[in-house]
Write a protein that binds this ligand. Structure first.
Ligand SMILES: [Zn+2]
Length: 467
């Protein structure tokens, strides 16, 4: 049975509640681009799917970047002149400028203000701010609270450490019959932020659970990595292997009530771009396809020109366009179980299309074959010539070796599953032959100028060249 049909037999309410419960478990953890928050998060994911952890030492070069010192934090507060904790890390980890250097000091309000970050346009929310690659410390708090601070001396404490350590990321690899891979990447570096972080990683975990133990065509690699530096580090360490990636998806911001947005890969015409557009067209919520831009999430790294991998990005609301983005309002109420479940469904549908999208050859291409004598001119639902017969004719006519089932789906306007079932039936009837997957690596020898490209990525060239 198709993955999607099976998914649709499950209770979406229960799926959504499970996803949301997992997000709620991870919500209190103070994550950053390095440190124990990422390790704790990966340990929680590892209770559901097998995650291989990689620790990369601080100071390791990754292309133009360097793995930073590791940041950990135990406590932080501001005490008012009366000695009362008015800003308390224990109440929200967003109160601390992420990656703050340690500090213990007493200073007047006028000095303290230089280290305070607020959001005047949403005066009751705590902003999320970071100080990666800077030596800085600070606190984030609601603007109204800052305005209410009385003059006097304040005691500040940030009990953090910033030392040589490691950058940590996790991988879950699910083998399929081919070594060719589908990459699903999600960042795990934001603290208590639900949509921008937890929605992506909980849905990715659930998708990995759903694919585990199945007969799959592709192998699946799920990456749980710190944004930017994590993806860059992973790419630097896997430069020779990225040629296996046939399709890829960055998952983020998929728990909010906004409609779907799919940002195309840099290539713009990758199979995953075509598949995502198809899947979104055949679901009920609003959706939009965005062209690639060099700003956003980790697709920026996968689609950097040296790699140019076929990796798109699935979101609901686009980063920076919703007021809750990077604030304390991106909380567990902002992501809803039903939206998370529907996002997991889209991912399942996308995988279903990728798994089944093949090219075939019509073995009887001279005029239409006589379907009747093969019992193929009947719909399985009765004798009416309908969509199923139509689908068989479309598949026969366009299975010339060039068109994939997805191409035929687009041309015919018929659902992918109907086209796929027609192809299976025609194969059984001896009218259609499956064309073997051409591994992009196998074509590298044909590319005389392959050596002028970045080594280890012949396949990446192959896809671009052929389609
Ligand atoms: Zn973010």
């Amino acid at each position: 049975m198709s993955l999607l049909k099976e998914f649709d037999q499950r209770d979406p309410v229960e799926i959504g509640e499970q996803l949301h419960r997992f997000a709620a478990e991870l919500y209190p953890i103070c994550r950053s681009i390095t440190g124990d928050g990422v390790r704790q998060t990966l340990a929680q994911i590892n209770r559901r799917i097998p995650v291989q952890i990689t620790e990369v030492p601080s100071g390791t070069a990754a292309f133009d970047w360097t793995v930073p010192r590791e940041w950990n934090i135990r406590d932080a507060y501001i005490k008012d002149p009366a000695g009362k904790r008015v800003v308390d890390f224990q109440r929200s980890n967003l109160h601390v400028l992420n990656y703050s250097t340690p500090v213990r000091a007493t200073l007047p309000l006028s000095e303290l203000r230089k280290h305070l970050f607020t959001l005047p346009e949403h005066p009751d929310w705590i902003p999320y701010r970071t100080a990666y690659y800077k030596d800085a410390w600070g606190f984030c708090l609601p603007h109204n609270q800052m305005l209410a601070l009385a003059d006097g001396n304040y005691e500040v404490c940030i009990d953090s450490s910033l030392q040589d350590g490691h950058l940590t990321y996790g991988e879950c690899y699910i083998p399929g019959s081919s070594a060719d891979e589908v990459l699903i990447s999600t960042h795990v570096c934001h603290p208590s932020l639900a949509n921008d972080n937890l929605s992506g990683l909980t849905v990715a975990t659930a998708l990995a659970e759903l694919l585990s133990g199945r007969d799959l065509r592709y192998s699946y690699r799920f990456l749980f990595i710190p944004g930017t530096i994590g993806a860059i580090t992973w790419l630097a360490r896997n430069r020779e292997n990225v040629g296996r990636i046939r399709h890829g998806l960055v998952l983020t911001g998929i728990g909010d009530p906004g409609g779907f947005h799919y940002k195309k890969s840099r290539r713009g015409n990758a199979e995953v771009d075509q598949a995502a557009a198809h899947v979104l067209r055949h679901q009920d919520e609003s959706w939009e396809i965005l062209d690639f831009s060099p700003y956003g999430y980790d697709e920026r790294q996968y689609c950097s020109p040296g790699f140019n991998l076929p990796v798109g990005c699935l979101m609901r609301s686009v980063w920076g366009t919703f007021p809750e983005y990077h604030t304390s309002a991106d909380n567990l109420d902002f992501i809803r179980p039903k939206h998370m479940a529907a996002s997991l469904r889209i991912c399942t549908a996308l995988v279903d299309v990728l798994e089944n999208n093949r090219r075939y050859r019509n073995l009887s291409p001279y005029c239409e074959p006589q379907l009747g004598k093969r019992g193929l001119h009947r719909s399985s639902g009765g004798d009416v010539i309908g969509e199923e017969i139509n689908a068989r004719l479309w598949v026969l006519n366009f299975s010339d070796g060039d068109n994939s089932l997805l191409d035929i789906t687009e041309r015919s306007g018929l659902p992918f599953c109907t086209i796929k079932e027609a192809a299976e039936l025609l194969c059984q009837g001896g009218l259609l032959a499956t064309l073997p997957d051409v591994s992009e690596r196998d074509t590298s020898k044909e590319d005389s100028d392959a050596s002028s490209e970045v080594r280890g990525m012949p396949r990446a060239r192959g896809i671009g060249a052929r389609r």
